[in-house]
Write a protein that binds this ligand. Structure first.
Ligand SMILES: NC(=O)c1ccc[n+]([C@@H]2O[C@H](COP(=O)([O-])OP(=O)(O)OC[C@H]3O[C@@H](n4cnc5c(N)ncnc54)[C@H](OP(=O)(O)O)[C@@H]3O)[C@@H](O)[C@H]2O)c1
Length: 286
């Protein structure tokens, strides 16, 4: 039976993996939150792996506060670069296969077509820079790695756009939402299934992969769909990014091309609206 370590286990993706673990009875899971395993603490990381027999590591640990990172570059760098490097080193030393999660924010959004794994990265924010550097550290250090770049994660767990919209719908009658940033919302549970599917196949097709749900949406489209599918009546207005300035710059177009991951692992990827419907059902029955 394969033993899979999930770092950053109390984060959104970590919780999604935990929530579907009963579908993967052939795996033995170890879930480690930041108190149990702080990936920036080199000695702790080494000792943790020394005392356990691990086959796969899914790195869900990350500094993800995109705007705060502009002022907390050191903290973001510690987790997203140094932490990734320590994990890559220890996984190499123990012959553990590593799946690391990265982001569409490594791109600048100026390309007029979906981004493939071969396209040039050019992050616009501190967060994006640290995530790209984390990818580079992994590639330098560990040959047996998969990097999965994803976008706009949401789920019934922790804070995310879907949950913020549902909360605001109760507090407000009107809402402005940015309509000139385009990407693809991704149900974190779909990503969790995709990751475990890849582990189950256990091939040696290492490298960078893109995974999001299918389809294209702006944040405004996403918000409208959340309200429609929840039968919430709220007046929603599209606005431009310039009317909603944030400390970190975000790509205006970050749709990911998923051909490589679909072909390599025979994955069927649901459309974002189909998955949103499921997520909203799941949040209602939670
Ligand atoms: N959320 C998105 O929209 C999005 C989009 C694209 C890519 N991604 C990527 O997807 C991955 C998962 O994201 P997510 O939404 O699940 O993020 P999340 O909910 O913020 O979870 C990240 C987890 O990492 C933990 N963590 C932070 N620093 C750590 C450290 N030094 N050692 C160990 N754990 C640490 C956090 O624990 P504490 O809370 O205890 O600090 C948190 O539980 C990340 O790599 C992220 O960059 C996310």
């Amino acid at each position: 039976m394969k033993t899979i370590l999930v770092t950053g286990a109390s984060g959104q993706l970590g919780k999604c993996i935990s929530s579907i673990k009963s579908n993967y009875k052939d795996f033995n899971f170890i879930f480690a939150d930041s108190n149990t395993l702080n990936i920036t603490k080199h000695e702790q990381v080494k000792a943790f792996f020394e005392s356990r027999d691990i086959d796969w590591c899914i790195n869900c640990a990350a500094y993800t506060a995109v705007d705060k990172a502009e002022e907390q570059a050191k903290q973001a760098e510690n987790t997203n670069v140094l932490g990734a490097k320590y994990l890559a080193e220890v996984c190499t030393n123990h012959e553990i296969k590593l799946i690391h999660i990265s982001t569409d924010f490594v791109f600048d959004g100026t390309q007029g077509r979906p981004y493939t794994e071969h396209d040039k990265t050019n992050p616009l924010s501190v967060y994006g820079v640290t995530k790209r550097e984390g990818e580079r550290q992994l590639s330098k250090t560990n040959p047996n790695h998969y990097i999965i770049r994803t976008s706009w994660l949401y789920s019934e767990y922790n804070n995310n756009f879907m949950k913020t919209m549902l909360r605001l719908a109760y507090d407000k009658k009107e809402l402005n939402v940015v309509s000139d940033q385009v990407g693809t919302p991704t149900y974190a549970k779909d990503l969790a299934h995709a990751i475990l599917h890849i582990i189950r196949l256990d091939t040696d097709d290492y490298g960078i992969y893109h995974y999001s749900n299918e389809g294209v949406a702006s944040w405004y489209d996403f918000a409208i769909s959340i309200f429609e599918l929840s039968a919430v009546d709220i007046e929603t207005h599209p606005i431009n990014t310039v009317s909603y300035p944030t400390p970190a710059k975000r790509p205006s177009f970050s749709v990911l091309d998923k051909s490589k991951i679909k072909n390599a692992f025979g994955l069927t990827v649901p459309h974002w609206r189909t998955s949103l419907k499921r997520a909203l059902e799941n949040i209602r029955t939670q």
